[in-house]
Design a protein around this ligand. Structure first.
Ligand SMILES: Nc1nc2c(ncn2[C@@H]2O[C@H](COP(=O)(O)OP(=O)(O)OP(=O)(O)O)[C@@H](O)[C@H]2O)c(=O)[nH]1
Ligand SMILES: [Mg+2]
Length: 468
């Protein structure tokens, strides 16, 4: 019996060691998909990740990242990327913003860019470390405008389905007042008429203005087509001149409707699909950053919309555990981390609540992912810390507050954040006064060092097993 147990244990150890060795040889390149809608914190996360791994990788700073805690990380260094046709992520510019005497956030991303970080480490002790004492893993990251991510669900819609869903969204209570002028112009538009380029152009302009207003005034995620907000070299091209119309019973040839439909399909095929194929098919780890606090500030419609938008985007990805052979040919995402980002806008004891809220927003999705064999985790993080926790004595009562410099203001403020809900609230359950969470400038770096909240937990979950 004892001998049998020993044999079984030895077999398991051998299996685990073999798996680790295979992981090491096959996964020298890890593609990490940093996903999140515009403003969720992708650029700040990538900048912080590079900063902490290249110049702040100490046990004190990243205690929950095993390779660092165990003193095995030798060094991390930015190296030339494999994709030669994509601009390189401007780490110097982004980190300079965070490290300035008066720190600011890096600007919103206007184009795709990429960066590869080589992580050289000592392998875990044991037989394998004699075979190969050190190893190098190449971590590939891409950064892109969040608006482009919100386009991915369009791939599974036709023009009619997209039109219906978009008009339904625009007519919701919270957004009706913004949509009025576009909707009244749309009411004068006859999609059955023969093509009138000027009419199409005018309505497309009005729709573009509406998207811009919604981006500035709300936290809506599904502002499609995303390239209307960041058109770059597509500005003025007919492929961007479409908008939603009411469904038609019958579609006739050479009508405005058919023209809009053709532009919608062309946008999907020529703009969204290449982005998806080139950048999102080949990932094996995924981080999903969600700004739940801004959604709460915006009200129940936006919280619900963020939840729907997340579900739609997640459906596009290819999940499921891949065997090592499969991974050689077709990598699949096998670990997904959902992070309620900017958690330092609330007090440390409230942070667990926003992680629970995010969990609730994900609903069946995380269950479905687990069923597909994907490891899923959710946590509250702040890749760049912007506040400090502070206890304030209020008539004998100790109040937990946060202290920081509020965005757009000059003063440092001690502030008592409202209690965030730990589950989704319906419009009826929503507090009358709503929520008002403040945003802050990044904290000033001390001796060139940035602070974070649970970035090390996030790294351990996402790539820890590849650094053994
Ligand atoms: N407290 C805190 N705020 C953050 C953090 N990361 C981002 N922010 C805030 O969120 C804003 C947007 O962050 P970005 O990193 O630009 O977000 P993004 O996802 O790259 O946005 P796009 O480039 O527009 O897609 C910043 O300007 C900050 O105000 C963080 O780690 N902590
Ligand atoms: Mg960005």
């Amino acid at each position: 019996m004892k001998a049998k147990l020993v044999t079984q244990k030895a077999l398991e150890t051998l299996k685990s060691n073999t798996q680790k060795a295979l992981n090491r040889s096959l996964d020298r390149h890890i593609k990490l998909a940093v996903t999140g809608f515009s403003g969720s914190g992708k650029t700040a996360f990538i900048t912080a990740l590079v900063k902490h791994l290249t110049s702040q990788a100490t046990k004190q700073n990243l205690p929950f990242f095993d390779v660092v805690r165990e003193g095995r990380l030798i060094a991390a260094k930015q190296v030339p990327q494999r994709a030669l046709d994509i601009p390189t992520f401007d780490y110097q510019a982004a980190s300079a913003c965070l490290l300035a005497d008066e720190p600011t956030w890096p600007a919103s991303t206007q184009r795709i860019n990429t960066l590869t970080l080589a992580l050289k480490f000592n392998c875990e002790s044991g037989l394998r470390s004699h075979l190969s004492p050190t190893s190098t893993v190449y971590l590939e990251l891409i950064d892109y405008p969040g608006e482009w991510l919100a386009d991915l669900p369009m791939l599974s819609q036709d023009y009619q389905a997209w039109s219906e869903a978009t008009l339904e969204l625009l007519q919701r209570d919270a957004y009706k007042s913004y949509s009025d002028s576009f909707l009244s112009l749309l009411a004068t538009f006859d999609p059955n008429e023969k093509v009138d380029e000027q009419a199409l152009k005018n309505l497309a302009q009005s729709y573009q203005q509406l998207l811009t207003t919604l981006k500035n005034e709300t936290k809506l995620a599904q502002l499609q087509p995303g390239r209307m907000l960041i058109p770059s070299d597509l500005a003025g091209a007919p492929i961007l001149q479409f908008f939603p119309v009411k469904p038609l019973k019958e579609i006739t040839e050479h009508t405005q409707y058919q023209q809009l439909q053709a532009r919608f399909e062309a946008y999907k095929q020529q703009v969204v699909m290449p982005f998806y194929k080139q950048h999102f098919c080949q990932f094996d780890r995924q981080l999903v950053l969600v700004d739940v606090l801004s959604a709460l500030n915006d009200g129940p419609d936006t919280l619900q919309e963020q939840q729907e938008a997340l579900a739609h985007v997640m459906q596009v990805f290819n999940y499921g555990k891949s065997g090592f052979l499969k991974r050689l040919f077709y990598p699949k995402i096998d670990k997904v981390l959902f992070a309620a980002n900017k958690c330092d806008h609330v007090t440390p004891s409230q942070q667990a609540d926003i992680a629970l809220l995010l969990n609730d927003m994900l609903g069946e999705q995380s269950n479905d992912l687990r069923f597909a064999g994907v490891s899923v985790e959710s946590m509250a993080i702040s890749s760049v810390q912007s506040t400090q926790a502070k206890l304030v004595n209020d008539a004998g009562e100790q109040l937990e507050c946060v202290y920081g410099k509020v965005l757009g203001e000059q003063q440092w403020t001690t502030y008592l954040p409202p209690q965030p809900p730990n589950h989704c609230l319906s419009a009826q359950q929503w507090p009358d006064h709503g929520f008002e969470f403040l945003s802050f400038y990044p904290q000033k770096a001390r001796q060139g060092n940035l602070n974070h909240v649970r970035l090390d937990h996030a790294l351990q979950f996402l790539i820890g097993d590849k650094l053994v």
